[in-house]
Design a protein around this ligand. Structure first.
Ligand SMILES: Cc1ncc(COP(=O)(O)O)c(C=O)c1O
Length: 483
């Protein structure tokens, strides 16, 4: 039996290993540093020598430290530290275009549902990491309490119990959004679509990040909007200089960004950039649409703040959902559209009219009493480790010259391949070999990103995933996947 920490209810060795991992991840302990001896560490932490040893063994298995004969334990040099981040260059003169039609989004989701394929494509976490059993128990209790009403519509603005929880949590996002200022939506998808519909009309130009979430491309086509792409840097998000330059020369109806754990890059926009972005848009009265879908999934530190915290909150339209965090199939999202809220509520009538009451109440109850914060602590750690394992495995298997993002949250890894590799051909060959991945062009609002791929790290590391990464590395060298 391992000693158990009675406060955290996890074995003491695991708590210690996680603490040390955090010190290594934040580079407080750097590659090459010597660890305290096992005895010393056991004395420092008031644990037994076997517990300290077990903590070190866990870090060894995670590839974070190594034992050197007769010398002790050292923080390992990880190749991830030496692998550069993907480059994002602005095209010489970015042009506004309506995104092209053929997009493989549906195929990506179908592939994800196909159990024969290793799911490295769609950005969906493994069900085993989500609290499905707990949500099912809550659902059965609530249905019993509601009786016949459990099949009811959820009429706009949506279940008050959920909006109250969102309001309470908004304090943690650096905001204080009243429950009445939220509209419950069918996923972040409906929230984004409403945000675009309330701010734009056909023919308008919208600033978007490149790369960006591919779901936007379909919405732009449907609404006949032109996307004006601004490059996203792997380290700190949207390029504010390019954005400022474009704003000088173009009339823009809105700007859509994913500041917190960007899809597909995983980056986090620094607070100072958030402040500047909000100010830039406010000065020109440009509505700023914020997609906050991944924001609770930071790998470390506090939850990043919403753009609403950095200026007039009414000028920022906040879109989010619990799809990546709790239950993709419940389709529970939300919109806090500031000065456009009343119009968004009216427009919802022609998109989905109403929502489903039961899932909204279940999510509300989980947020209130179901241990959401405890659950988040464990899932964040899982994603951090899965991204780290995937990063090491990709570096090991892929051709020299690749560049990888260093996600600060979420479970997506963005990879720039050598320019000789065609990511769409790679995705086709990978599929034939039983692996789903997402090729770069899907994330490009205006074409390009031909030699990039996104890898979903939302599944626990196992032999199947490891083998798949080896095959991908092999295919990336194969002439069938060459440009
Ligand atoms: C950045 C981003 N926004 C929005 C969505 C859509 O989310 P939902 O499933 O809540 O509609 C996704 C889903 O992949 C996403 O990655």
């Amino acid at each position: 039996m391992h000693a158990v920490d009675t406060v955290n209810k996890e074995p003491a060795y695991l708590r210690l290993a996680n603490t040390l991992e955090r010190l290594i991840a934040t580079r407080s302990m750097r590659p090459g540093d010597r660890m305290p001896s096992v005895r010393q560490f056991s004395r420092q932490q008031r644990v037994s020598v076997p517990t300290a040893l077990q903590a070190y063994a866990t870090l060894e298995v995670r590839g974070l430290i190594e034992a050197r004969p007769r010398s002790g334990f050292y923080v390992r040099w990880r190749r991830a530290d030496a692998t550069p981040e993907p480059r994002m260059r602005a095209r010489s003169a970015p042009r506004a275009v309506v995104p092209r039609d053929a997009d493989p989004v549906e195929a990506l989701l179908t592939d994800h549902a196909n159990g024969d394929l290793v799911p490295l494509g769609a950005a969906i976490p493994a069900p085993s990491l989500l609290p499905g059993a707990k949500l099912a128990r809550i659902m059965s209790t609530i249905s019993r309490d509601l009786g016949a009403d459990c099949v009811a519509y959820d009429v706009a603005p949506g279940a008050l119990a959920l909006r109250r929880e969102l309001s309470r949590r908004s304090l943690d996002w650096g905001c204080a959004i009243p429950a009445d200022d939220f509209l419950v939506t069918v996923g972040a998808t409906e929230a984004l679509s409403l945000a675009l519909r309330v701010t734009c009309k056909p023919g308008d130009t919208v600033l978007v990040e490149s790369p960006t979430y591919f779901g936007l491309a379909g919405m732009f086509r449907d609404l006949q909007l032109k996307a004006l792409p601004v490059p996203v840097h792997a380290a700190d998000g949207i390029d504010l200089e390019v954005l400022q330059r474009l704003l000088r020369g173009t009339r823009v109806a809105a700007c859509v960004v994913i500041p917190n754990f960007h899809n597909p890059v995983g980056c986090l926009m620094p607070d100072e950039h958030k402040r500047q972005l909000v100010a830039l848009c406010a000065r020109r009265a440009i509505p700023l649409i914020e997609d906050d879908t991944y924001a609770d999934l930071q790998h470390d530190g506090p939850r990043p703040q919403s753009l609403k915290a950095f200026g007039d909150p009414d000028g920022v339209i906040l879109c989010g959902s619990y799809s990546k965090k709790l239950a993709p199939g419940f389709r529970i999202g939300y919109l806090a559209a500031g000065r456009w809220q009343a119009r968004a509520r009216a427009l919802k009538q022609t998109s989905t009219l109403v929502g489903a009451l039961l899932p909204a109440l279940v999510i509300a109850e989980f947020l209130k009493n179901g241990g959401y914060d405890r659950y988040l602590r464990s899932v964040r750690q899982a994603y951090r480790q899965q991204v780290a394992r995937m990063t090491e495995a990709v570096i090991e298997s892929f051709p020299a010259g690749i560049r990888l993002s260093r996600p600060k949250g979420g479970f997506l890894l963005w990879c720039e391949l050598p320019e000789t590799v065609d990511a769409v051909k790679l995705a086709t060959e990978a599929r034939a070999a039983g692996i789903s991945i997402a090729p770069g062009p899907m994330f490009s609002p205006a074409g390009g990103l031909r030699n990039f791929i996104r890898i979903n790290c939302g599944h626990p590391w196992d032999a199947r995933v490891e083998r798949a990464v080896g095959i991908l590395g092999h295919l990336a060298r194969d002439s069938r996947c060459a440009v």
